[in-house]
Design a protein around this ligand. Sequence first.
Ligand code: SAH
Ligand code: SF4
Length: 359
Amino acid sequence: MAADVPPRSSPYDLSFPALQALMDQWGEPPFRARQVWEWLYVHLADDWEQMTNLPRSLRERLAERYPLLSPPIQATRVSSDGLTRKDLLRLADGETVEAVLMRYERRRTACISTQVGCPLGCVFCATGQVGFRRNLSAGEIVAQALHFARVLGAEGGSSGRSLSHVVLMGMGEPLLNYEATVEAIRRLSDPQGFRLGQRRITLSTVGIVPEMDRLASESNPWGGPLQITLAVSLHAATDDLRNRLVPVNRRYGLDALFAACRRYFARTGRRLSFEWVLIAGVNDSPDQAEALVRRLEGLTAHVNLIPLNPTPAYDGHPSSREAITAFTAVLERRGVPFTVRLRRGTEIQAGCGQLRGSL
Ligand code: SAH
Ligand code: SF4
């Protein structure tokens, strides 16, 4: 039994059956697991001492095994309008990840990381410019969302229920850390735990085709596929251009990527999102917009256009207003729904692609 419950850095790494096994191993009655689970995911406790309906001896034992409930904040930056906050969170081994809280359109969205760094090297992305250090565990992913739920709770929301959305769009490529990412999604949407609706969770991928298929085949314990939104970081609609911007395109080219998108939609019925960083003179021509429209034919999709945010090692510029208008005119004419994303948090380097694990 002990082998099933390895000592780990975070209690959020325990699945419910693993927590049950731990309680059993420690000679606790079966209902303890549910009590602990509710303290962790419903009441968002950040100290074992708060769990007053547990015997002191159990609280002490848990505290010894898992000294830290919430990740320590190494640094925080808040935008001047107060709406965006970026925290650098320290992990048990001293690595750090960034997580961002954004408040807009009546949403309170946590943008969280799945890896320390990223191995895929998209040319304009600060995380890619740092390289890859390691995967996060499921618990380390979940802890970032709970952290912001607590922050919001402390501001007056009711026990953190005010975190409304989670986007896996921070540092790293979620589908290269597949198991931990899916476990984190299941944990956050557990109806007996944190209870975030899966429709409020977005996973952004650069397009790891086999793992997109694997994701499409996941199902919920209560039936049906996962209901999350899949966002695909596209940025170019021709292979020659995408190969240059997003090196992984040489492995999974656009034909394979869009075939996977179609399979994903057929299986889940979920509308896909496509992300497109607008870079002046690189991918903002009406020709690229036309090529994008052709690629999207027959798919139910939404396009998010994001003017390039500055990063240290890329000298591209965001598209001009005129170029954006010409690009979106094509989408409009062809009936493709799109949003031009407001630039948020750029002054605190919390914008898309600006996260690099130090402040
Ligand atoms: N690896 C995943 C998840 C990270 S999401 C992915 O790439 O989808 C990060 C999002 O920010 C992606 O859509 C990415 O393309 C975008 N991005 C990266 N660098 C950017 C930059 N400099 N300006 C604007 N958006 C950027
Ligand atoms: Fe990695 Fe995504 Fe950045 Fe590309 S955009 S380097 S996949 S984090």
